[in-house]
Ligand binder design. Structure first.
Ligand SMILES: *Cc1c(COP(=O)(O)O)cnc(C)c1O
Length: 411
């Protein structure tokens, strides 16, 4: 028998979303008369913007004629899309990020995982708790951690517990690390980072030589004009940070698949012989060796997000979800529940009422209001006693879910 990657055996059994699915399916089977409203998984619900659809239709036609047919494209992404990103998402915000520092991909989930290819196999990582589970699980697979303990923490990981007492601010690592994962606006807590907070992180990385992996998948939901959308709005960040961005939550591309990663030319790592090495060069090699590019049709759809019509349609889409978020936050606050996020993010993070655990609250919400959410403990031990509700839903479902919860939980 072939040898396997033993690190996979360290992964915690029963991943969060399958367990939710199992409980919901069991409940639905036992109670077929109840209409269940799903506010658990972070997936968009509204269709693609018309400008995107139009551009993709035109691109399909191009592929259908010999004159305009295209085979393999550039692995890094078509110039037209990388230029549009550099212009609208970076130059327009005063960030000196050029099109050749942008790599178009089929998703931030894959990028967050794949980036580990270019770092050493002994890197020490700092990860917030609670967190997007992909960061931790991919580090377990890569062998960067020891086994999991009874509290649900892996050995050799620098956990950065994010707590309500500290206003959900991420604490600095207590020991030196190589990689720091930051996600703002945050999934699951919906919290954002101020310019001062991000500046402190960039300075910390400059002083310690750590690389920040900055996930800004929810950047488009920022409503507060003082909050940076990109880490490169902080001077010097191009020497210490890699940024992950995605069309998934911005333009409804969760099923269409298009994202990008920024690896600045100025960013360096250290080889075992002590030499400084360009991380851009390594990533370029990695990306072009293991990836053959996002489909032309999809990249044309993504480009259309930046057209004037596309921009207007995307703004409307985001405003729609943010209004759901506002309704959720207001409606559940009326019950006296402590609610966080849902202002610059499509997620409401709430403290479960009384002493209920996250999973107890999950079962109560399902059986009493027939509403599905995500237990905070599924995002890490520090998420215990919290619960995530998503604003990705129709207005009708959102309003109905709030009414049911208010009805059943009003004391
Ligand atoms: C949804 C999400 C992404 C986007 O992933 P894609 O693979 O681009 O769809 C990235 N990071 C976080 C934290 C997310 O919630």
């Amino acid at each position: 028998m072939a040898q396997i990657n033993d690190h996979f055996l360290k992964l915690q059994a029963g991943y969060l979303f399958p367990e939710i699915g199992r409980r919901v399916a069991a409940y639905a089977q036992a109670h077929p008369q109840h209409k269940i409203i799903r506010m658990g998984i972070g997936d968009v619900t509204e269709p693609l913007p018309p400008a995107v659809i139009q551009a993709m239709h035109a691109a399909v036609d191009e592929m259908g004629s010999r004159e305009s047919f295209r085979g393999y494209g550039p692995e890094q992404g078509y110039e037209f899309l990388r230029q549009a990103i550099a212009q609208h998402d970076y130059a327009a915000r005063g960030c000196a990020i050029s099109a050749d520092e942008i790599f178009v991909s089929d998703g931030s989930k894959c990028d967050c995982a794949n980036i580990l290819d270019i770092f050493g196999d002994k890197v020490r990582v700092a990860i917030t708790d609670p967190v997007y589970p992909v960061y931790i699980d991919t580090n377990v697979m890569a062998g960067h951690t020891g086994p999991i303990d009874a509290t649900g923490r892996y050995a050799d990981v620098e956990y950065l517990p994010v707590r309500e007492e500290n206003n959900f601010e991420v604490p600095l690592p207590r020991q030196p690390v190589d990689l720091i994962y930051l996600c703002f606006p945050n999934n699951p807590t919906g919290m954002v980072a101020s310019r001062e907070t991000l500046t402190a992180w960039v300075e910390y990385a400059q002083q310690t030589g750590a690389v920040i992996l900055f996930d800004a998948a929810y950047e488009a939901y920022i409503t507060d004009p003082s909050i940076p959308h990109s880490i490169y709005e902080i001077p010097g960040a191009d020497k210490v940070a890699i940024e992950f961005r995605s069309f998934s939550k911005t333009a409804g591309f969760t099923g269409t698949r298009c994202a990008w990663i920024v690896v600045p030319q100025a960013l360096e790592g250290r080889a075992s012989n002590g030499d400084a090495v360009s991380l851009h060069r390594l990533w370029s090699r990695r990306h072009s060796t293991k990836f053959n590019g996002v489909p032309y049709i999809i990249q044309k759809g993504a480009e259309a997000v930046y057209s004037p019509e596309g921009q207007a349609q995307v703004r409307e889409l985001i405003a729609f979800y943010l209004e759901n978020a506002r309704l959720l936050r207001e409606g559940l606050s009326q019950l006296g529940w402590r609610c966080f996020g849902a202002v610059n993010a499509p997620y409401l993070w709430l403290k479960t009422p009384g002493q209920t655990t996250s999973w107890e609250f999950f079962d109560q919400l399902l059986s009493q209001a027939h509403v599905v959410g995500t237990p905070g403990s599924g995002f890490g031990p520090a998420g215990e006693g919290y619960f995530r509700l998503s604003a990705f839903n129709s207005r009708q479902n959102t309003v109905e879910a709030i009414a049911r919860i208010q009805d059943k939980f009003r004391s």
